[in-house]
Design a protein. Structure first.
Length: 319
């Protein structure tokens, strides 16, 4: 469904949201094409040659925005004085929006949350069917995303392209929000996520697999393998994965590769079982039982090292 005008979609969705929430008592509720031309540099492995330094610099930019979402309002405004900063209620999801008048682009950066575990455990209720999207979604992320989109949609400018980025749960709810925006007719340019868990199943991907998603993961980041594929959750979109000094780049990730490394996948399943038993600690940007490979600084350092390596290779090839 793609309504003719986004503002009309907002009005219609508002009426539906208010009607639905009044009955249920529930809470109210960009992609830039990354330039790529040169082959990847020697010393790093890749399944594709369609990546170069500018590609990684673009991703690093979004990683830094996702990291900034964890900072204080003062730190955000120091970098972006005109940023709109909002914290939702009751999920307490923080996000900020910055507007670029030159490129007519608006970027929404979403913070992960210390209550991420509680939302993850909601999967014991299986997948909930979204009233608006008519697909099944992880119930915890679904609840958080509809709260988020309610706060975001009226702050978006109709003539601007929309970019969404986030880490961990911030990436998961940002992806679901992108599905809402696509359904409402907004020109979404890209969603870039870091350590994002799975949010839907194969049927959901059949409907919204066109959303221009780029997932960045680490081979040993357990969160990106949750909920387990054995629970019929699936990933989709373009995929960049780090593994030490190597990386893998795939366009339109296949169901086979998204299962991940067998050993890591097995650890993820054990972690999921512990989460369902509520034995794990909370999750955030500062550390948790999910391990160092899930931390956003790990992704940022991996991107910076890779950019430095590519630059050194370019300098060697220069006359």
């Amino acid at each position: 469904m793609r309504p003719v005008k986004p503002y009309l979609s907002r009005f219609i969705y508002t009426l539906l949201f208010l009607s639905l929430f009044s009955l249920t008592g529930a809470s109210k509720p960009g992609f830039i094409e990354l330039e790529s031309a040169a082959s990847h540099s020697p010393g790093y492995s890749s399944t594709s040659a369609n990546v170069d330094r500018e590609f990684f610099e673009e991703i690093l930019h979004y990683a830094l925005l996702s990291q900034l979402a964890y900072r204080s309002d003062e730190q955000i405004r120091e970098k972006y004085p005109n940023a709109e900063i909002v914290v939702t209620d009751p999920a307490k999801i923080k996000f900020f929006i910055i507007y670029d008048e030159k490129t007519l682009t608006q970027t929404v950066a979403i913070r992960g949350t210390a209550n991420w575990e509680n939302l993850l455990i909601d999967a014991k209720f299986w997948k909930a069917k979204d009233f608006f999207l008519q697909i099944k979604l992880h119930s915890g992320f679904y609840k958080a995303a509809r709260e988020l989109v309610w706060r975001v949609v009226f702050r978006l400018r109709d003539e601007y392209k929309t970019i969404i980025t986030g880490h961990s749960m911030g990436g998961a709810v940002g992806l679901i929000m992108a599905m809402y925006l696509a359904d409402m007719g907004f020109p979404v340019e890209r969603v870039v996520t870091f350590g994002q868990p799975r949010v839907t199943d194969k049927e959901g991907i059949e409907v919204f697999g066109h959303v221009p998603l780029l997932r960045v993961t680490h081979k040993y980041d357990l969160v990106s393998l949750l909920p387990p594929w054995q629970k019929y959750f699936r990933h989709f979109g373009d995929w960049l994965q780090f593994d030490g000094q190597n990386y893998t780049w795939q366009e339109k990730e296949s169901e086979q590769t998204e299962i991940g490394d067998p050993g890591t996948s097995k650890k993820a399943k054990k972690l999921w079982d512990k989460l369902e038993e509520k034995k794990s600690g909370s999750v955030g940007n500062k550390g948790s039982g999910f391990g160092e490979f899930h931390l956003l600084p790990m992704y940022i350092s991996s991107l910076r090292r890779l950019i430095e390596h590519v630059e050194s290779q370019e300098n060697l090839r220069s006359p």
